[in-house]
Design a protein around this ligand. Structure first.
Ligand SMILES: Nc1ncnc2c1ncn2[C@@H]1O[C@H](COP(=O)(O)OP(=O)(O)O)[C@@H](O)[C@H]1O
Ligand SMILES: NC(=O)OP(=O)(O)O
Length: 316
């Protein structure tokens, strides 16, 4: 039996509740398959598009005097509830259809960050939908938001993305796992909080869920970290005629590709860095990146990119 942390990418979860529910239903089948094969699974997820959409809606309502202002950390917490709800429902339905009695729980998770993290001065985390360059520049002038180009897909608002330091609810998450529950935690990278004289306080930022998932996987001593996103594999020379799929790479090879600038910041780079962090302390640990659609194929070795400390030196 292996303990596996599976992180679902926010961008890979679609753009509407209907799309998200359909995508999650499909993934729930594979996740329950992993559990019925005897593995212990813990789930985390991103929230970039979702927290951006919630924040946009709340700002619109507040600007029109229809609600109070809802700060960004509150929007992050709402995104955990929204995505956790879809995951819980899909997993419960799938478990029940197989006569499995596992309980499913989403833990609203706070993650401590450093208030002096330089990320607060340099927003990098894309949230919300994609805009054209002209639309992005107009919103920047009107609202003062910061936009950046996102991996060749268009312009998106970016917010600070500090490093996760510690998971506030870790003990609760560990206890739930130990008592046989299927746990969803660290959603959206966790709601970022700082320690103050008066206790914990939310800060406006979005922690990268890949980094939080790696921290969670390390903290609960998982054997494997699986990151599910929109692409089946990681590539070098991504998007070019010379693009090449990576099958199983060592930490040293992955680090070399990072130095060559093969992975886009804000999208694939944090995933690779999270995988490297996770596998760094134990030779036996593996990390895998593949698509939400093809988890079963990746587990069968047909696709997906694996990173391990020593690697298998196989590329196609
Ligand atoms: N070298 C690369 N190989 C594969 N995908 C890459 C690469 N560099 C950038 N990407 C982009 O990264 C995206 C995954 O990151 P992102 O959309 O942020 O993920 P998430 O699903 O976690 O929200 C892919 O869909 C792809 O567009
Ligand atoms: N919080 C976060 O990393 O979200 P995405 O997976 O949407 O990038």
């Amino acid at each position: 039996m292996a303990r596996i942390v599976v992180a679902l990418g926010g961008n890979a979860l679609g753009k509407s509740p209907e799309e998200q529910l359909n995508l999650v239903k499909h993934t729930a089948e594979s996740l329950v398959g992993l559990i019925s094969a005897g593995n212990e699974v813990v789930i985390s997820h991103g929230n970039g598009p979702q927290v951006g959409a919630i924040n946009l809606g709340m700002n619109f309502a507040a600007e029109n005097g229809k609600t109070a202002a809802f700060p960004f950390p509150e929007c992050g917490a709402m995104s955990q509830g929204y995505i956790g709800y879809h995951l819980q429902q899909s997993l419960q339905n799938e478990l029940h259809s197989r006569w499995m009695a596992t309980n499913v729980a989403s833990v609203v998770t706070q993650v401590e960050v450093d208030p002096t993290d330089p990320a607060f001065e340099n927003p990098t985390k894309p949230v919300g939908d994609f805009y054209s360059k002209e639309e992005a520049e107009k919103i920047e002038r009107e609202k003062g938001y910061v936009f950046k180009e996102d991996a060749g897909r268009g312009y998106r608002q970016v917010v600070p993305s500090p490093q996760p330091k510690s998971i506030v609810e870790l003990k609760c998450i560990s206890d739930l796992i130990a008592t046989g529950n299927l746990v969803i935690a660290g959603g959206g990278g966790g709601v970022p909080v700082i320690k103050t004289e008066n206790g914990l306080k939310g800060v406006p930022a979005v922690i990268d869920k890949d980094r939080t998932s790696a921290l969670l996987a390390d903290n609960i001593d998982a054997d494997q970290l699986i990151i599910l996103t929109a692409v089946d594999d990681v590539y070098i020379n991504y998007g070019k005629a010379s693009q090449r799929r990576l099958n199983h790479v060592s930490s040293a090879e992955a680090s070399q590709y990072i130095d060559e600038g093969q992975f886009a910041p804000g999208s694939m780079l944090p995933k690779i860095e999270a995988c490297l962090d996770f596998v760094s302390s134990k030779d036996e640990r593996t990390a895998m990146i593949t698509s939400l659609d093809h988890l079963d194929d990746a587990l069968a070795g047909k696709m997906g990119t694996i990173i391990s400390k020593r690697g298998a030196s196989v590329t196609e």
